[in-house]
Design a protein around this ligand. Structure first.
Ligand SMILES: [Zn+2]
Length: 91
């Protein structure tokens, strides 16, 4: 019986957490984005074109698959290329 109460309690907490998260996404953060120059700077960086070391396609960093390997950062056009690169690379 106590277990049931615990589950209900957890669900209620989860519901409130989710609602708060949803609110912070749709609510004031939209205003912050237009004001903060820091995020605009980040947006610019996200638009940067990066070369895929596997198929040599240039993709915007925003949509690239980014992998950290041996202290280096690699950007791939897709998860497929990341897997190919990983399998090629001797570890
Ligand atoms: Zn690729």
């Amino acid at each position: 019986m106590y277990r049931l109460f615990l589950i209900i309690f957890l669900l209620v907490v989860l519901y409130f957490l989710l609602r708060q998260m949803f609110r912070s996404v749709t609510g004031p953060s939209r205003v912050d984005r237009s004001i903060s120059s820091d995020s605009a700077e980040r947006d610019k960086e996200q638009d940067q074109m990066v070369e895929d070391p596997v198929c040599h396609t240039f993709v915007p960093k925003r949509i690239a698959v980014i992998e950290q390997m041996g202290g280096q950062t690699y950007c791939f056009c897709s998860e497929e290329c990341a897997v190919t690169f990983r399998s090629r690379r001797p570890v």
